[in-house]
Every structure is written in structure tokens, then in C-alpha cells.
Design a protein around this ligand. Structure first.
Ligand code: GAL
Length: 426
């Protein structure tokens, strides 16, 4: 036996001994669920491009595991607002689905890991070779104490300004790249009787707020909001809130009753000029049969050129999953090249994996891939990356009050208090 082979075999034997010694939580070492079983997968992907993406991945699953029943337990409502409440009730009642959609970052670590609700997946990562194909930046956001807790299926971008190219052209308006240019553009549109901004229900306002914080403060100071190095009580944050208050004045007055799809549709239908939404909107526009650069155009939200505000959907294995073997089969598909290549072009996201075939993706998503690999990356608030659930809820509650009373000082005071009670500003 040559030396290299001997060294390799020794490493493999040591690794398998180490795996055996770890025990527990080790669904990866089990055989594939060839002999039946069922897996209940919980998400909020029920419509508007999202369900179609999920269906595409379920199709791959059904082909690979024809004997495993797939139970699609999706609860409607963008950003998981409803679904996460239902999930929390189920987890509290000891009735977990086998696997669910969570966000990489503080949502995952601060809620599900902290609550002991999900299993570590290190063995699955080793068995599937995922450490070699998942982005290095993502692993720390889904790990704690050396354990990896989820399988990321995608990378979404939050800071996208969608626009109607025809409306901008007809009104002589350039695509804005700064907050001031955006205000000037929206003034022109408003004066011409065009609806400048399409906005939806409460969570989409939180989404808008995070992009305005980023666009006003810049990437470094925005990051500082989440680690305590940017003062929430500062003049800069006040300017950001003032900007946000001003942006709201350009929005439709029936926002509270519109879903994100309703608001995005106003732009592609020619009823509004701009909408700020994550790039799941790209999946929706494809589903609507709309054409990139004709029916819709895109740019980084004003002030955030060169910055990619990201989030990542990832699937977990429940502690006490009714069928851990079938759940592991699902996770294998979620982490696979085939699963991600089926899911992402339809969903409007790029693969979490680094080895997907770029030619499968449309024009918008190819531009997102280029930006993801070249831009400065920061995390989303609304979609779980930068703040734990209690902090996000406090911010969201303060926002709800602000939307109704418009008082900037009260809002800023509440944001300062939220960072002290639930964030790093002790
Ligand atoms: C996000 C999720 C996306 C998309 C969006 C709208 O939280 O990460 O995948 O579903 O909500 O529902």
C-alpha cells in the first residue's frame, strides 16, 4: 500500500470512528428513505412565484424518493408573518413538522437553536460534501459551537428597487441611485399624476425601512446598528428616519390591504413607478409572464449601489421529527445541485451552492449572481439575518406606531430602547 493511500484510509477510518462516537442527531448516516415514510415540510411559499419554486423542488424529491410521501404544509402570508406564528404554536405543543423554512442568521440561531428545537446536521454536511460547495460566509450564520444547523437553499437580495421602464422614460426620469435622486424622481412623477411608489402591508414597510437605513447610513454604519457600534439615537439615524418618513409620502394610501404581490404588480401593470421588494418579485414577474427590462427594470435601492443586502432560506431538521429519515431525504434534495437548480430560477433567487449552472437563470438573476460575488454583503432585518426575533418584533411594533402617528422622535426613542432591551446596546 503506498503512503498516500495509507494516509487516506487512516483519515477515513478516524473520521468514521469520530462520527460513530458523536452519535445522536445523525440522520445522515442512515440509509436513504427508500422504504416509504412521509415528510412534512413547513413553509410560507403558497403563491406568486414562491409555490412554483417549491413545487419544482418537490418534483425532484418525488423523482428521487418515489416511496416517500411529501406533505406540503405551507401557510400563506409573505415573509412568513402568519406561518411563523403557526409554527411557534406547533413547536410549543410538541407537534413539529419534520422540516421547516427558516432564515440563516439570528432567526435561526436566536430562536430555533436557542430553543433546542433543531438538530445539528454536521454528519449530513460531511456525507454530502456540502462544506466544499456552500459559501464560507454563510456557514457561521447557521452554526453554533461547531454545529451546523440548517441547509440553505438560496440567496435572496432584499435591497432591490423595481421600476417600470416605460413610466420612467415617458416622464424623463432616470433610475435613481441616491436618496436625493429618488426624491426628485418621485416629485416629478407625482406632479405628472403618476403613482410614484407601490407599497404593501406592514412587513413590507419594515423591509422598506431596512433598505432606507442602509441607503442613508451606508454599509458600515448599517452593520453597526446590529453590533452596537452605531448609535440608534444618533443624528444619522434621525436622518434615515426622516428619509423613511418622506418615502412613505409617495406611497399608495391603501398599502395596509395589499400583499407584496399586489404592490409589485402595480409596477408591472403600469400603475406605479417604483416598488422596493426582495428578488422573490423576480419569480413573481416570471410567473406573470412579464419581460425583464421591458415590463420591469431593477437597481440597488437608492444609496446602496455596490451593496448586497442578503438573506437565505434554509431548511432544518426538527428535534423530535416524526420521520427523521424522510426528513433527511428532503434535506439532501434541498442541499443538492439538482434541487437548487430546479428551485432557484423559478423562485427568483440564486443558489446557495456555488456550483449551479448559471445559464439556467434569467437576466435579473444573472446580474444578482455577479453582484453577490462582487458587492459588499450585509444582512436583512426583516428576513432574519441581523436581529433575533424579539428585537425584530420590538422594531416592528415601533414601526406600526410610527406609520399611524408619524412621530419621528417617538420612533427613534423606541428604536433606541429596542436595542437596549433586545439588542447589543446594554
Ligand atoms: C422571505 C423569504 C422569501 C420570500 C419572502 C416573501 O422571508 O425568505 O423566500 O418567501 O419572504 O414571502
Amino acid at each position: 500500500m503506498n503512503k498516500k493511500l495509507f494516509a487516506l484510509l487512516s483519515t477515513l477510518i478516524l473520521a468514521s470512528l469520530a462520527l460513530a462516537a458523536c452519535g445522536g442527531g445523525g440522520a445522515a448516516t442512515q440509509a436513504p428513505a427508500a422504504g416509504g415514510g412521509k415528510v412534512e415540510v413547513f413553509s410560507w411559499w403558497t403563491g406568486g412565484g414562491e409555490a412554483a419554486g417549491l413545487e419544482a423542488m418537490i418534483k425532484v424529491f418525488n423523482e428521487k424518493y418515489p416511496d416517500v410521501e411529501f406533505i406540503n404544509a405551507a401557510v400563506a402570508g409573505g415573509a412568513g408573518t402568519n406561518a411563523r406564528a403557526v409554527l411557534a404554536t406547533r413547536l410549543q405543543a410538541g407537534d413539529p413538522p419534520d422540516s421547516w423554512q427558516g432564515h440563516a442568521g439570528q432567526e435561526l440561531i436566536g430562536t430555533y437553536v436557542a430553543g433546542g428545537q433543531i438538530e445539528p446536521l454536521n454528519e449530513l454536511y460531511e456525507a454530502e460534501g456540502w462544506l466544499a460547495v456552500m459559501p464560507e460566509t454563510l456557514i457561521p450564520l447557521i452554526s453554533q459551537d461547531g454545529n451546523i444547523y440548517s441547509v440553505p437553499v438560496n440567496i435572496h437580495r432584499a435591497n432591490v428597487l423595481w421600476y417600470n421602464p416605460g413610466i420612467l422614460e415617458a416622464n424623463g426620469v432616470e433610475v435613481p441611485s441616491t436618496m436625493d435622486e429618488w426624491f426628485a424622481a418621485m416629485d416629478t412623477l407625482k406632479a405628472a399624476g403618476v403613482q410614484p411608489l407601490a407599497l404593501g402591508e406592514q412587513w413590507t414597510k419594515l423591509h422598506l425601512l431596512e433598505t432606507v437605513l442602509l441607503g442613508t447610513l451606508g454599509a458600515d454604519a448599517y452593520n453597526g446598528l446590529w453590533d452596537g457600534s452605531t448609535d440608534w439615537g444618533s443624528a444619522e439615524v434621525k436622518t434615515a428616519i426622516d428619509n423613511f418618513a418622506k418615502v412613505l409620502t409617495y406611497a399608495n394610501t391603501d398599502s395596509a390591504s395589499l400583499s407584496w404581490q399586489d404592490a409589485a404588480q402595480l409596477v408591472v401593470n403600469g400603475d406605479a413607478a417604483f416598488n422596493v421588494m426582495g428578488d422573490w418579485a423576480a419569480g413573481y414577474f416570471i410567473e406573470l409572464g412579464k419581460t425583464a427590462n421591458t415590463d420591469y427594470g431593477w437597481a440597488p435601492t437608492p444609496g446602496s449601489v455596490g451593496v448586497f443586502q442578503f438573506l437565505s432560506d434554509s431548511f432544518v431538521l426538527a428535534v423530535g421529527a416524526p420521520d427523521p429519515e424522510a426528513a433527511t431525504s428532503w434535506l439532501k434534495i434541498a442541499g443538492s445541485k439538482e434541487g437548487q437548480e430546479a428551485f432557484n430560477p423559478v423562485k427568483g433567487s440564486i443558489c446557495a451552492r456555488t456550483d449551479c449552472d448559471k445559464t439556467l437563470f434569467g437576466e435579473y438573476l444573472q446580474s444578482a449572481m455577479a453582484d453577490w460575488s462582487s458587492n459588499k454583503v450585509v444582512g436583512s432585518l426583516t428576513h432574519g439575518v441581523v436581529a433575533n426575533d424579539s428585537w425584530k418584533t420590538e422594531i416592528d411594533t415601533a414601526l406600526g406606531l410610527f406609520v399611524s402617528d408619524g412621530n419621528v422622535d417617538t420612533f427613534q426613542t423606541a428604536l433606541v430602547a429596542a436595542c437596549t432591551s433586545s439588542g447589543p446596546c446594554k
